[in-house]
Ligand binder design. Structure first.
Ligand code: IMP
Length: 422
């Protein structure tokens, strides 16, 4: 495997954590490049479940260097908790983990602002994870954010944080929120900075050194294409570039060093939070929730579910340059008699074979479906493509062709062994 970018081809929660874990076997370095602890990547190793929010899931394998790149926003208190939680489960985190000194820091005022803004928006809320992601990226763009290099320098932290708290307390007050105590936030973040300092480095230089040494790199995307700040269903998006381009800006590795893009998508569609979801369907939501599936790994919220939307995934293939597809959760459809796939949208007299940019227009689109016969056979025990029911194989081939990328992996359960290389 050369340098590979892995992205979500839908609205996040595509099962990236598991696919990254599987592909990490063929990589030397795993890099997170966007988002923050709004992400929740679930990986099962045997019966043990791990949910990772910031640390690349490569940490669960031996001799892999895991890097949090400059494009990520880091809640250091959450990161320390994550490191300690993994250590308790016997996961070694030492020289195999590096954090970019230029990644931005998420502070409690970011979380408070996130929550207050959602409350003020009322029924027009975005449905954020309330992890402070939007306000933290906002500060980055406004050039007032603190970076990890500030966090690990007590003098800079004190000086910059005191100014930020003073300003943000004013904003919080205006939004009906509670002011924060500088003393408390400073003490907590100082301690987190001391803890994290040994992991902090110039990751751009480090990654280039590794590449010169022949290391194979895997870029771990978070969230999904339609949550991208530029290419998603704005404003119902997250605040980072979750798409493949973000891997370059979020790591400092240039485009010509990227060899392959793997797109991960479910065999159906889900979304958490507000915003348009053209193929949303109550019956399929009830079916999946009834199976105990499709509850968020970060917030526990029930995900909205719908039929596979090939207009969306085709758009994702275009924007990300997806070469190979990993299709997950095939087993979620095992019991269905008929399976629908959206192939176009209709809005009044207009027929769309692409995703309209305007979220309101998209909300008014009605899916045009084609139907497939369900296989009505459990697939979770299949370990080869041939072992899958012929109707399941036909379905996988059809949705790959409609998306316009090669079928590479089919996943039939959370376990590492439930991964079929096609
Ligand atoms: P934020 O990233 O917390 O600001 O949330 C913005 C939107 O992105 C909301 O609709 C969230 O539900 C969604 N979102 C953020 N992170 C994830 C994720 O990891 N999986 C799925 N949806 C996410």
């Amino acid at each position: 495997m050369a340098n590979t970018i892995l992205v979500g081809a839908q609205w996040g929660d595509e099962g990236k954590g598991k696919i990254i874990d599987v592909l990490t076997e063929q990589a030397d370095v795993v890099v997170r490049y966007a988002g923050g602890n709004n992400a929740g990547h679930t990986v099962y190793v045997g019966k043990q479940k791990y949910v990772l929010h910031l640390i690349p899931s490569g940490i669960l394998r031996k001799n892999k260097l895991c890097v949090i790149g400059n494009g990520v926003v880091i809640d250091p208190i959450g990161l320390v908790e994550e490191i300690n939680g993994l250590a308790k489960l016997g996961v070694k985190i030492a020289k195999n983990f590096v954090v970019s000194e230029t990644a931005h820091v998420v502070f409690p005022y970011h979380r408070e602002l996130d929550a207050r803004r959602e409350t003020v928006k009322g029924k027009n809320k975005i449905g954020t994870t309330k992890r402070g992601i939007g306000p933290a990226y906002g500060d980055k763009a406004a050039r007032v954010g603190l970076r990890i290099s500030d966090l690990v320098d007590p003098v800079l932290l004190k000086e910059k944080l005191s100014k930020r708290i003073a300003e943000n307390n004013g904003v919080l007050k205006a939004l009906g929120g509670k002011p924060l105590s500088f003393k408390k936030v400073y003490a907590d973040y100082l301690a987190a900075g001391v803890f994290l300092k040994p992991f902090v480095a110039n990751t751009v230089v480090l990654l280039h050194q590794k590449m010169q040494g022949g290391a194979r790199m895997l870029f771990e995307g978070a969230q999904g294409t339609f949550l991208d700040i530029d290419h998603g269903t704005y404003p119902f998006v997250t605040s980072s570039n979750t798409t493949a381009g973000g891997a370059c800006t979020g790591s400092g590795v240039p485009p010509h060093r990227m060899d392959r893009v793997v797109g991960v998508m479910k065999a159906y569609t889900t979304r958490v939070g507000e915003g348009p979801l053209p193929t949303e369907n109550a019956a399929i939501s009830d079916l999946l929730h009834g199976m105990g599936r499709e509850f968020g790994s970060t917030t526990g919220r029930a995900r909205r579910c719908g039929w596979f939307d090939s207009v969306a995934t085709r758009h994702a293939a275009m924007v990300n340059g997806i070469d190979d597809l990993a299709i997950t959760n095939l087993d979620g459809l095992d019991t269905l008699e008929t399976i629908r796939v959206c192939v176009a949208y209709r809005r009044g007299k207009e027929l769309y074979d692409f995703m309209p940019n305007d979220a309101q227009v998209l909300a008014e689109c009605v899916p045009v479906y084609v139907e497939f016969e369900g296989w009505q056979t459990p697939t979770d025990k299949a370990r080869t493509f041939k072992a899958l029911p012929p109707k399941a194989r036909a379905y996988l081939k059809a949705i790959s062709e409609l998306t316009g990328a090669r079928l590479y992996i089919a996943s039939v359960g959370p376990g590492r062994d439930q991964t079929i290389f096609v």
